[in-house]
Design a protein around this ligand. Sequence first.
Ligand code: B12
Length: 232
Amino acid sequence: MSDDEIILSELSDDELVQQMHDDLYDGLKEEIEEGTNILLERGWEPYKVLTEALVEGMRIVGEDFRDGILFVPEVLLSANAMKAGMFILRPLLAATNAPKQGKLVIGTVKGDIHDIGKNLVGMMMEGAGFDVVDLGINNPVENYLNAIEEHQPDLIGMSALLTTTMPYMKVVIDTMKEKGIRDDYVVLVGGAPLNEEFGKAVGADAYCRDAAVAVETAKQFMKRKHNVHASA
Ligand code: B12
């Protein structure tokens, strides 16, 4: 072992989180797994590990990708490392014994293969007591319609990370309108290039900035739904 090799378990919490940002940047999957486990062993809440070590690391990757410092192959490695960390956290986030809330069908829209944010929303929703049907990436409108028919969800979630794919959300919502089923479901949309205004423009019920907001918003809609049923 060389003198300058870093032993993750010997770092302080702050140093370790910093190191994990670097390791995520360098796409080092095993180091991310190890760092995630160390923070958990030190008593960190899974959500804190997720946001402070992983999501923040990916934010930095995103900046350098945007600025042309990192390229697709490198970002793919970062994404794989991030997913390895998320894989460890997923069962912990899901094991909260939250009361059953409802069902969500979620997918990334057609033409778009970004799935980290969608997966994260799915994980957090599971943790909050929702059943989650994950349609994966690159979903044409038919996939959403088939899933609606098969799973009878309460909520539909659509994710898009590209300015070129986000308009497809309107295609899905408009098709639901044409079929007369739009108002039977709560439609949530999200993804880095979206905003509140866009959510309104495509006819979604809500745009959610991040997974935590998605959970809160979904819960509120479920509460409203129950109240409507109770007073009907
Ligand atoms: C990782 C990444 C990739 C990876 C994806 C790996 C994977 N499995 O997902 C790879 C390398 C494959 C990739 C490819 C490309 N990418 Co890319 N990618 C990114 C990057 C760096 C990070 C995205 C990410 O995972 N963020 C972390 C997660 C946690 O955040 P999030 O996705 O925003 O999700 C949160 C919220 O938005 C919200 N949310 C998300 N979805 C949903 C859904 C619902 C229902 C709700 C309620 C909430 C919600 O909650 C999430 C959790 O808090 C972004 C940079 C950025 N700023 O976003 C670029 C970025 C999105 N990519 C970009 C580009 C251009 C591309 C490519 C076209 C590059 C190329 N030349 O090939 C391809 C497109 C491929 C395709 N057809 O989809 C651009 C898009 C620019 C634009 N204006 O459209 C960005 C912004 C980078 C940049 N600035 O240039 N990319």
